[in-house]
Ligand binder design. Structure first.
Ligand SMILES: [Mn+2]
Length: 340
């Protein structure tokens, strides 16, 4: 197999980073991060269009696509201080979900086995099953915890007569044994789904789900701190799955199942930054960006920044670990943060 390339549209990489070919181990040897596109919307229950998500997330940025992004806040360049390469889009036919998810799981596993962090650009949320399982296949089943940002629990059992779809990946991950239910942290749930019998199943798995009411009442920062302690107990790494619909539709309109009353873009970016600064993140996916329903690229631009925030914070975490430094969020912009 040659390089995946683009399933739809021009073959471009995430903001101009170097390409790699998963069939050629030398092309991603030593990489810290490998970007993968998962252009799949065969698992959607309502509005489709996330097959165009990877391309939109890669390219929606007004700055030059030059493979460099120095972060104002973190004082690192997530695309240069880390070795980041882009393998292109995994071929995922929308009409054959099991074959498509299988192909993605193999690709993610290849990346994880090389010691790199897979960053998967969705695609609908059905891809979280192959994303997290592909990582757990390498690091050990039960050894990877999940931090899952979403309006919806995605723990359905059978939907439309199928075990596979964007409302069910989290149940399948726990049932498969790849991830532990009691190391599964959900942030941002709200609205009118799932039904009580599904909540009973989730409680039986000892999942911890932070509904928006609790987040507003206690504060997002306190909820995250609590979730971090659970996520790192008896686990070696954390998988971060960001469904863009965790944000309010005013901040992320281009998505298939918008649910009013969500996080702001600022809250999501701060949460992603903290997770990648404070926790050993071993895999990331950003899903449910549907460009045909977007307005003025609001959602695609946010998803692009979610990826950049994660990469910047991973780079800063690495630098702090090497240099014995610590990032201080209270410092004004124009102080020298390189020595903090
Ligand atoms: Mn979801």
């Amino acid at each position: 197999m040659s390089r995946y390339g683009a399933q739809y549209g021009p073959d471009v990489t995430f903001l101009g980073v170097d390409r790699c070919d998963l069939a050629d181990g030398a092309s991603f040897a030593g990489a810290d991060v490998v970007v993968l596109g998962a252009p799949f919307d065969g698992g959607t229950s309502h509005r489709p269009g996330t097959r165009f998500g990877p391309q939109a997330i890669r390219t929606t940025d007004y700055l030059p696509h030059d493979g460099s992004r120095p972060s104002l806040a973190l004082r690192v360049d997530g695309l240069r201080d880390l070795r980041v390469v882009d393998a292109g889009d995994v071929e995922m036919f929308g009409g054959d979900i099991e074959r498509s998810l299988g192909a993605l799981e193999a690709a993610v596993e290849t990346v994880a086995r090389a010691g790199a962090i897979p960053v998967v650009l969705g695609g609908d949320h059905s891809i979280a099953f192959p994303d997290a399982k592909g990582v757990a296949n390498v690091l050990g089943h039960g050894r990877v915890s999940m931090l899952h940002f979403d309006a919806h629990a995605d723990t359905g059992d059978i939907e439309f007569g199928s075990l596979w779809g964007h409302g069910q990946p989290m149940r399948r991950l726990i049932e498969s044994g790849a991830l532990r239910g009691d190391r599964f942290l959900q942030i941002g749930l709200r609205g009118y789904w799932p039904p009580p019998e599904t909540l009973d199943w989730m409680a039986g798995q000892r999942m911890r789900s932070y509904e928006m009411t609790e987040i507003v009442h206690r504060g997002l920062a306190e909820c995250l701190t609590e979730a971090f302690a659970i996520a790192t107990d008896e686990c070696d790494g954390v998988f971060l799955s960001v469904d863009i619909d965790v944000c309010d539709p005013g901040h992320a309109p281009g998505t298939g199942t918008p649910e009013p009353g969500g996080l702001t873009a600022r809250e999501l970016l701060d949460a992603v930054r903290r997770i990648c600064l404070e926790l050993p993140v071993v895999g990331v996916d950003v899903v449910e960006v549907s460009p045909p329903y977007d307005h003025a690229d609001i959602t695609a631009a946010l998803a692009n920044r979610v990826v950049l925030e994660a990469l910047s914070a991973i780079a800063r975490r690495g630098r702090d670990a090497r240099d014995g430094t610590r990032w201080d969020p209270s410092l004004p912009l124009l102080t020298d943060r390189t020595d903090t």
